[in-house]
Write a protein that binds this ligand. Structure first.
Ligand code: FAD
Length: 300
């Protein structure tokens, strides 16, 4: 089901159907998306962020998008983020794929554009954590990140525990002193490259987190896995981590429980007109969510 939904998100006819502002598909899925996509507009996003901050959460934000090859679209994304950090009344943490800010045109463009975003963010006390993409992009993402980390203190990187290479990439990342967001990894990768979900991956996730913490990094444990967080608590990894981070709407009760226990918790908010892409990707990742999504649609 996951593959099918990802295919649907990439299908030109499906994209065209969603792209129409008054399409029936958009109207049908909008209520379900509201749970997972925080806001369609920047104003809504800033309101939502303020509400969550008032409840004690930290905030990350990402404009929903996919790999972009059109230079004008890339520039619109970059100026969008610069505008957002300038408008946000409180410092905010941005998250984005380098393939959204020019990496598919050239790594130099991604470097330049991310530098522009980081400079604007720094003026407002904000920062950015670069997302990690499919395995074939990892060298380029780490290359651009490492150069940026040389002269920007407000950049961090996401590492995927499922990739076998991450253990070898970690020392160079630790040498930058940057913040690390540790995730299991969302892309389907072959066994030569990555571990599937399971206890071996959980053990590896905890080992990587422990190594990163011992190496002095600020670490965000970005997972919705209650069992993994319980192991992190038992092994001291949670105490050494800076925060727990979850996608908006995925396991709100689990994040709230950790906040109530006194842990720093961050909500990752996505926003933008392409909210339906995010909805399809989330359902693809976790097909039982389709039931929740439909239940949400049934809500008055
Ligand atoms: P899983 O074992 O996948 O899930 C554990 C349990 O959580 C599931 O059994 C289910 O109960 C619940 N759950 C998980 N996902 C969902 C869902 N979508 N809907 C409902 N319930 C769910 N991946 C990347 O490859 N690159 C990135 O840059 C990246 N950035 C991320 C940033 C943040 C803040 C977060 C939270 C995740 C990010 N991810 C990224 C995704 C990540 O790699 C995982 O695919 C995702 O978090 C699901 O894995 P999990 O650790 O929650 O564990």
């Amino acid at each position: 089901a996951g593959r099918g939904l990802r295919g649907l998100a990439a299908d030109p006819a499906c994209r065209a159907a969603f792209a129409q502002p008054d399409s029936l598909l958009r109207a049908l899925l909008a209520p379900a998306a509201r749970r997972y996509v925080a806001a369609a507009t920047e104003d809504e996003l800033l309101d939502r962020a303020a509400t969550l901050r008032a409840k004690g959460y930290r905030i990350s934000v990402e404009a929903v998008g996919e790999e972009i090859t059109d230079p004008a679209e890339v520039e619109a994304v970059v100026t969008g983020y610069i505008g957002l950090v300038r408008r946000s009344p409180a410092p905010v943490q941005l998250g984005f794929d380098l393939s959204n800010v020019g990496m598919l045109l050239s790594t130099e463009l991604a470097l330049e554009n991310t530098g522009r975003i980081l400079d604007a963010a720094a003026e407002h006390g904000s920062d950015a954590i670069i997302s990690m993409e499919r395995s074939s992009f990892v060298d380029d993402v780490l290359g651009v990140f490492t150069k940026l980390a040389g002269d920007h203190r407000n950049v961090g990187i996401t590492l995927q525990a499922h990739l076998h290479r991450t253990a070898d990439d970690l020392p160079a990342v630790l040498a930058t002193g940057a913040k690390i967001r540790l995730v299991k990894g969302v892309y389907a990768e072959p066994a030569e490259i990555a571990l599937p979900r399971g206890s071996e991956l959980d053990t590896r996730y905890l080992d990587l987190a422990a190594r990163a913490i011992a190496g002095g990094a600020r670490v965000a444990l970005a997972t919705h896995d209650a069992g993994l967080l319980a192991q992190a608590a038992r092994t001291g990894v949670l105490a050494g981590a800076e925060e727990i981070e979850m996608l908006h709407g995925v396991r709100p009760e689990l994040l709230r429980a950790h906040r109530e226990q006194g842990h720093s918790c961050r909500v990752y908010l996505t926003y933008g007109e392409n909210w339906w892409l995010h909805l399809l990707h989330r359902v693809a990742e976790h097909p039982p969510m389709a039931i929740t999504a439909l239940a949400d649609v049934a809500e008055p």
